[in-house]
Design a protein around this ligand. Structure first.
Ligand SMILES: Nc1ccn([C@@H]2O[C@H](COP(=O)(O)O)[C@@H](O)[C@H]2O)c(=O)n1
Ligand SMILES: [Zn+2]
Ligand SMILES: [Zn+2]
Length: 241
């Protein structure tokens, strides 16, 4: 499985695009989150919405869903298709009612199903998205009252939604077979709604070796060499995990 971060930036980053990823297995390309900067960033990566097979959403913040309106409209008006949207069941209603409805509705097109082929996912269930690609949703702590789901792909690759620090969770994941962790990282403490670098640096070194940092601010380069055994994911680079 290959992963390319179309962006690695935090919500306010300007040097880096929104923390959205493209996961690829033979015959299938999955976009993970679709933030405000995604349409332009995808274009700059010489890719188009039409080549994606589906999008998977972690939670409802602009840097993760703000590009979905353009995705839906481009697919409808440029390609005559309805994109496949994988999303936790609990997020379907808030995504439509609180984020997309205002921009997308027109004439007879009044429901999320008019724009997306919605595939509802349940937490804790192993879902096969395509032969060679499974995902399990894990609800992780981010903002009180807003559901947020991290992902375990192919039972060994953990991709954090925006989440608070939890050493216990990371240790449990590794015990259960996870060998690579892409984790959001706020460079400056306190993390509040994200794990911050100081917290992640308290992880034991063998665990740090499995951790790659993403969702970082514009000053990331100042921290190179100061992340213990953890490494920064580089925007647009392709990793095999
Ligand atoms: N100093 C800050 C700045 C922002 N927040 C919260 O972050 C959320 C948006 O960013 P994401 O990376 O989570 O998409 C939003 O809920 C802000 O309230 C914060 O807590 N502190
Ligand atoms: Zn975010
Ligand atoms: Zn968030």
């Amino acid at each position: 499985m290959n992963i390319q971060m179309i962006g690695t930036g935090s919500a306010f980053a300007k040097k880096y695009d929104n923390n959205n990823a493209l996961i690829e297995v033979p015959g299938f390309k999955l976009l993970v989150d679709c933030g405000i900067t995604l349409p332009k960033a995808l274009h700059e990566t010489n890719r188009s919405f039409d080549e994606l097979d589906a999008v998977l959403i972690s939670h409802i913040h602009g840097d993760h869903v703000g590009g979905l309106e353009e995705y839906a409209f481009q697919m409808m008006f440029l390609y005559g298709k309805k994109p496949v949207l994988y999303i936790a069941s609990s997020l379907v209603e808030p995504l439509w009612e609180q984020t997309l409805r205002g921009g997308l509705t027109q004439g007879p097109l009044q429901s999320i199903d008019d724009f997306f082929e919605v595939r509802r996912l349940e937490e804790g269930v192993e879902h096969e998205l395509h032969p060679g690609l499974t995902v399990r949703l894990l609800q992780t702590e981010h903002i009180v009252g807003k559901n947020s789901y991290s992902f375990i792909f192919n039972q060994h690759f953990f991709y954090s939604a925006d989440m608070k620090f939890s050493q216990a969770l990371l240790e449990q994941l590794v015990e259960n077979g996870v060998n690579t962790i892409f984790h959001d990282c706020q460079l400056i403490a306190p993390g509040v709604v994200h794990a911050c670098l100081d917290e992640l640096l308290t992880l034991p070194e063998p665990l740090q070796e499995k951790v790659w940092l993403m969702h970082y601010g514009d000053t990331m380069e100042n921290y190179i060499g100061h992340t213990g055994k953890m490494r920064f994911v580089q925007q647009r680079e392709i990793y095999t995990v």
